[in-house]
Design a protein around this ligand. Structure first.
Ligand code: NJP
Length: 225
């Protein structure tokens, strides 16, 4: 039976999460892939291995079921990455209140739920928590409630790190600049590729146990803000 580390990724059906699943699968991790789109997850699992668990991170029960599925399949969890999230048009009058509702619940409460559900298993494995923040969680974007959600994730990473100090669990905030994924409605020149962020994640994971890379902020070489 394999003793390869087990990596749970939310937001794995697309973009940064899917690219990192490919990189981690190639590096030998056993994968647990989570998002709402079961069909995309199953296609990715067929390609890279691992299990697909349809999960809406806004729902606490789904996060519990995700970690339970990982434990049932593999018996342990070594890495959990709260990566699911999405944006909104800037401008305080631009998006519908229900879009705001789901964005805040996904980006903030969903991330907190995913980490919470995983902590008991991570304590056993002396594992690793990853959260996806943003450049927008390091500077204020005009009219951007999305930016506010990512400031909350920046704070969450440090709150979790301090809470789990002395447990052996490491905490890494991955803060991307613009990455060419379905996050954006339109393609554009000059963005990072999802693989660029996957390499940053793999770097943090590859460090020896006494090294905790607390944050990686990656911009395209030309990104003013
Ligand atoms: O975007 P995309 P990215 N429950 O749209 C999932 C942050 N970020 O890879 O549920 C569970 O390809 C969704 O799957 P589905 C960004 O804020 C990005 O760029 O099937 N899953 C999909 O797998 C986010 O935190 C940029 O629709 C839910 C995934 O989330 C992370 O990077 C810059 C869900 C989104 O994949 C990945 O985004 C930056 C839910 N309730 C930060 N709602 C950038 N692209 O430029 C959504 O600074 N998902």
């Amino acid at each position: 039976m394999s003793d390869a580390p087990v990596f749970v990724i939310t937001g794995a059906s697309s973009g940064i999460g899917a690219a990192t699943a490919r990189a981690a699968g190639g590096a030998g991790y056993r994968l647990v892939l989570a998002a709402r789109s079961r069909d995309k997850l199953e296609a990715l699992a067929a390609e890279v291995g691992g299990v697909a668990v349809a999960t809406d991170v806004m729902r606490w029960e789904d996060n519990e079921a995700l970690i339970a599925a990982a434990l049932a399949e593999f018996g342990r969890v070594d890495v959990v990455w709260a990566n699911a999230g999405f944006g909104a048009t800037r401008g305080w009058l631009e998006e519908t209140p229900s879009h705001w509702h789901d964005m805040v619940l996904t980006n903030v409460l969903g991330a907190a739920y995913t980490v919470r559900a995983a902590i008991p298993a991570l304590k056993s494995s002396r594992g690793h928590v990853l959260l996806t923040g943003s450049v927008a969680g390091r500077r204020v974007m005009p009219g951007s409630l999305y930016s506010c959600t990512k400031w909350a994730v920046t704070a969450m990473a440090e709150a979790v790190r301090q809470d789990l100090n002395d447990t052996g669990i490491r905490t890494t905030l991955i803060s991307p600049g613009a990455v060419d994924t379905p996050f954006f409605d339109n393609p554009s020149e000059g963005r990072l590729e999802p693989d660029d962020i996957a390499r940053a994640v793999m770097y943090a994971l590859a460090q020896p146990p006494h090294v905790d890379v607390n944050e990686i902020l990656v911009r395209p070489t030309a990104q003013a803000g």
